[in-house]
Design a protein around this ligand. Structure first.
Ligand SMILES: CC(=O)N[C@H]1[C@@H](OP(=O)(O)OP(=O)(O)OC[C@H]2O[C@@H](n3ccc(=O)[nH]c3=O)[C@H](O)[C@@H]2O)O[C@H](CO)[C@@H](O)[C@@H]1O
Ligand SMILES: C=C(OP(=O)(O)O)C(=O)O
Length: 436
């Protein structure tokens, strides 16, 4: 078992560089399935477990995919298998993003149904409703969803009940190779949607309106492989911004696009954090005198649910009450219990977590419950007294590249240990005893 051990007390200082966005690269890799001629070359691909998982999905389908440093080369030009087994979907729900591309190109797709996870039940009804509107027949059974279309998908007008990121992406991909025009209304407006539309347009697609509530797609007969650079990860950037502010440090986050981080920047400023904006970076200067604020997670450009737990860690160091309301996922407060183990004063009331600060956080042994909770617990450890030991790192590694190394370079006292011997356990236990 691997653990991250962090000793609190050091301020973060220096420069940290963010990677390409996980939530942009996954749909872009899925869209590459639609390139029936030529190779796709993707740059700024983060070295993440999720990228390995989706690469395995593509390999299973007979796609040639080659990774070198931060570049992926994908050749999907041959006849492909149109199935994705449960083992891949179980590891990563974004595997369902292959449905749209496969259905559009081959008229068939069979993918294991994603189950719920620690943050909610996560159904895909909006994806399926859109495919049906485009003429697909859907069969759900034996743990799989299977979609067929006798000839080609046909363009349709689709209204999403909720601006789902995954449904917008899956339907935009399916529509790119459908016959005629598709209009998706009430769609998601995240920067990752825009990145995907730009990629598909470079491949020969005809998409307008990405980044607004209505996307219009003219189907084209074929798409080809092209070169594309993935946008920077706004969630990773936001995580370092919060970490810098928590420790009262001074950090430049290189690659952060301020326009992608408006809601976070506004809320951090409201708390009293000084933020300087540049074209492709931000500088965060902490302040020992933070004040509590309220946030409500919403689809973009609202406050991102993927920064909710990290922001909660920051709220724990702010003076006064912060009310953090989660509206995107039904159950994304599992970290509250772990924060309480670190002496946070926090309670859940319905869809809100109420934080009373500032808390004197104490190091404890805590378990990551999801990817962002992992990061949040680690950054809480940066300001806790004594040592915090964070387990369940498989969540962290899905979405952060060398998180602990980047924090260490900024001055944190942090290390990852692999529990192979009793000795490591002893060191952890001794230090836990010292800090309690
Ligand atoms: C790989 C990726 O990009 N993941 C992101 C994506 O996830 P994902 O694409 O799964 O998120 P969605 O926007 O689809 O889901 C948001 C909400 O809508 C519900 N819903 C969604 C689809 C559907 O058919 N029916 C339905 O009820 C979900 O259960 C959830 O409560 O957007 C989320 C919301 O910003 C982020 O937290 C995830 O990091
Ligand atoms: C919830 C997340 O990802 P996924 O949709 O891949 O589970 C996330 O990135 O925080």
């Amino acid at each position: 078992m691997e653990k991250i051990i962090v000793s609190g007390g050091n301020q973060l200082r220096g420069t940290v560089k963010v990677e390409g966005a996980k939530n942009a690269v996954l749909p872009v890799i899925a869209a590459s399935i639609m390139a029936s001629e030529g190779k796709s070359t993707l740059n700024q691909v983060p070295d993440l477990a999720d990228v390995d998982t989706i690469s395995e999905v593509l390999r299973y389908m007979n796609i040639n995919i080659f990774k070198s440093e931060n570049q992926l080369t994908i050749d999907a030009s041959s006849q492909l298998k149109t199935e994705t087994p449960f083992e891949y979907v179980r590891k990563m729900r974004a595997s369902v993003l292959v449905l749209g591309p496969l259905l559009a190109r081959f008229g068939h797709a069979k993918v294991a149904m994603p189950g719920g996870c620690a943050i909610g039940s996560r159904p895909i009804d909006q994806h399926l409703k859109g495919f049906e509107a485009m003429g697909a027949k859907i069969h759900v059974g034996n743990g799989y969803v299977e979609a067929f279309v006798p000839e080609k998908l046909v363009g349709a007008r689709i209204y999403l009940d909720f601006p789902s990121v995954g449904a917008t992406e899956n339907l935009m991909m399916a529509a790119a190779l459908a016959e005629g025009t598709t209009v998706i209304e009430n769609c998601a407006r995240e920067p990752e949607i825009v990145d995907l539309a730009n990629y598909i347009n470079q491949m020969g697609g005809k998409i307008v309106g990405a980044g607004t509530e209505t996307i219009r797609i003219e189907g084209v007969p074929t798409l080809k492989g092209v070169e594309h650079t993935i946008i920077p990860d706004r969630i990773e950037a936001g995580t370092f911004m919060v970490a810098a502010a928590m420790t009262g440090g001074d950090v430049i986050v290189e690659g952060a696009i301020p326009d992608h981080l408006r809601s976070l920047i506004a809320k951090m400023r409201e708390m009293g954090v000084k933020i300087e904006e540049y074209e492709n970076s931000v500088r965060v200067v902490g302040n020992g005198n933070l004040k509590g604020v309220d946030i409500k997670t919403l689809p973009y450009p609202g406050f991102p649910t993927d920064l909710q737990s990290q922001f909660m860690a920051l709220a724990m160091k702010a003076k006064g009450t912060s009310v953090i309301t989660e509206t995107v996922f039904e159950n994304r407060f599992m970290h509250v219990e772990e924060f309480r183990r670190m002496n946070a004063v926090a309670k859940i009331e319905g869809r809100s977590a109420i934080i009373e600060g500032p808390s004197e956080l104490q190091g404890a042994e805590v378990a990551a419950t999801d990817l962002r909770a992992a990061a949040a617990l680690i950054i809480a450890g940066l300001v806790a007294e004594g040592r915090t030991v964070v387990t369940e790192l498989k969540h962290l590694d899905r979405g952060y590249v060398k998180f602990e190394d980047k924090l260490r370079e900024l001055g944190a006292d942090i290390e990852r240990v692999i529990e192979e011997s009793k000795e490591v356990d002893q060191v952890v236990n001794d230090s836990m005893a010292q800090s309690s």
